[in-house]
Design a protein around this ligand. Sequence first.
Ligand SMILES: [Zn+2]
Length: 587
Amino acid sequence: MLSASMDSSIKSKLLTTVNPALWHHARGNRGNGLFKVANRIYQVRGFDISTMTILEGDTGLIVIDPMTVAEASRAGLDLYYQHRPLKPVVAVIYTHSHIDHFGGVKGVVSEADVAAGKVHIYAPKNFMDAVINENVVVGNAMVRRAAFQFGPLLPRGEKGQVDAGLGKTSAGGTSSLFPPTDTIEKPTETRTIDAVEIVFVNTPDTEAPAEMIMYYPQFRTLNMAELVTHNLHNLLPLRGTQVRNANDWAKDINYALAEFCPKTDILISQHQWPYWGRERIDGILRKQRDLYKFVNDQTIRLIDEGYKPDETAETLKEPASLSGEWSAREFYGTVSHDSKAVYQRVLGWYDGNPANLNPLPPVEDGKKTVEYMGGAQAILTRAHKDFADGQYRWVAQVLNQLVFAEPDNKEARELDADALEQLGYQSESSTWRNAYLEAAQELRSKLPDATHWRINADLVRAMPLDAFFDYMGVRLNGPRAEGKTIVINWRFTDTKQDYVLNLENSALTYLANHVSDHADATISLDRPTLDAINLQQTTFRQEVLSGKITIDGDVQKLIEFNGLFDSFVPDFPVVTPSTASAIHRAE
Ligand SMILES: [Zn+2]
């Protein structure tokens, strides 16, 4: 067991590889293969960041969370079939709306079998809304930031990526999505799927906006989805998303503790490995419940006592009864950034101090700071000394200002990278480690290549038109649209849906089930044509020429309209100043 003294002993010492506690955790996540949890319950672990659970029904298999990509889930199912009878998959359950829990569905079932009703797909309430919101509208920024959280661009090994907290890392390959055929709408619903009784409990706004846990009475097994993992989780992951509700998270664990724990012998989750034994499970559920309740309530206590976000993060530490438990430690989330997430949830980004209400942006702030400090060389001389004294946090902080003031200052970038690398090697949290090391790598070399980035085709096809037009709205380049007023009707010939789009005041709004009599142009097309354009398999212009899109009205106005949108590529600078060319990329 770790002691607090060990934690402090590694601070300010030059490390060359990995925080010892994270090393221990990373070894746990290395286990991979097919695992028998109990009779009729198997798990494929270590094929992806998530775990795929297989329940054996009377005639076929129930696959829970088919991982991120089809290649991984297919390989997992093949491994299962090498050891178990070749029974068909009759049901898939998505526990929640994160891609590592549904993206690999095509590896375990075919679209034809789902369409024919041979396979049912179960998901929690509001699943599709949550998927589209998170993965499409702010998807580009999230993809870029996820590189810092998970470290896919880092070399593997003790100097680079060793873990991602919940598992090794996300698998690469083909992501897909079949929308659910059966949604669990009520707070609690019991269903029998292929002779397996499943008690579903919706746990919205916990680890994901749409999530559910399950209890299997005949197996005396509780599946906590992603509410209970072998680490402190994120209330706001570094990739960014909406803040999660730690209070509801604790409540839902408490419900499972009261309702199911007395009749539970096995606790599984959709990441990592199980727990066996009622007493052990009782203890784990209590600690996990209290972990989220503690961070939530103690952050708010400090807020009410006047602490600012950085002060709260610095002050709050897990009580020894929690930090002494491996599964409550900061291998994924940290108390520091989770407490900031609680602050953001209850009070927002502003700390209440007007000095922070309208500060200079990073480049201007950097330039003035460098000037006040007596120039780059004066800063570097002091920073080298502080680095030697182990003051890595401060060195990274001050050199960040210098790098934003002078992005071409090689000595500043290198020393900044050295400091960030030390912070990475010290971090118990895998996500902090990955973020620091990715930042160091980007300071030392160039920006990552984003050409491998691909849109998830099934997500595009599954996207409701409202979401498509919302996304179009965020792609509108406001300054370029300034002064323009354009009205466009969109008529979908196959689905008989009509939309009218209105552009004025650099804002694009729409009304469903409406067309305008004085639109500048009316576009008629079918949904597959729109999908093909969105997937960049063709262009709008090409489809006009081919006759799949017909246009009535002012074609010139429509060309002007089509020229007002940006397209996004996840390769923008994060640890160095943004460049104009990277910010504004016209179609
Ligand atoms: Zn997950």
